[in-house]
Write a protein that binds this ligand. Sequence first.
Ligand code: AMP
Length: 279
Amino acid sequence: MFIVHDIESLQNKLLELAQSDKRIALVPTMGALHAGHLSLITAAKELADAVVVSIFVNPTQFGKNEDFSIYPRTLEADIQIAEAAGAEIIYEPTLEDMYPSGFSTTITAGKISTILCGKSRPGHFDGVATVVTKLLLRTMPHIAVFGMKDYQQLCIIDKVSRDLDIPTVIIAAPTVREEDGLALSSRNRYLSEDERKIAPQLYLTLKQVAEKLKDNSGCEAAAIITEAVTHLTSQGFVVEYLELCDSDTLDSIPELKENARLLVAARLGKTRLIDNIEV
Ligand code: AMP
């Protein structure tokens, strides 16, 4: 496995792979790799000959009062995990390599970036769209794999790559969960012991809401959702949103229909958790 830190070394390696006709997959991450990331690398390996894992804690997707400075950075362990999973290249760019002095362009996907998580994290998805577009253009992979855990991010990346005619096929990989249902996340390590016990309620509540929506099809979703928010609040969550949405546009929908998804974001103490399920 090769570890590279700049675009030139990355592209030299990619050229070698291209000369032997290898199909390239990209798995963008912010590091602190866990079994969720591992599942993306495994899925990528099945669809391509060589997997590039990028590791970059992208400052432009963090708000002023967010956790950029304390975000877990575990490069040594990440290298071992990626290598064991069969990655061919780890691309861990420096800040200067990604954003050379004078860099000033932003990619923005429009309305879909301003709803749900975009409301409480203004500019977040522009930071994501910009860095992922750069990673796609730098790597020019045949496929790139993203987790459904970050469903809004996945939709935005899919939209940006279609809107900008980026030829990479965007692949969605299912959410990997702990046994008790909590979606794996690098941020779960912020949870205290007590919070960790409560955290699975987020997924369990989503599942209950989905069941109720299906049992009461044709009814307004609002009452069921309000009841779920009250339950989560009583457990100690501060709910940012819990919405029934169209799976493609992520527009809020008033009642269950085909192609619907429930998305939630809530704070538990200092930790912000997100999750989503198909209904
Ligand atoms: P991150 O390092 O958090 O930026 O995530 C990098 C990639 O891993 C994104 O495509 C995420 O959606 C994906 N990912 C994170 N957690 C999970 C999970 N629990 N299951 C599947 N994919 C995940």
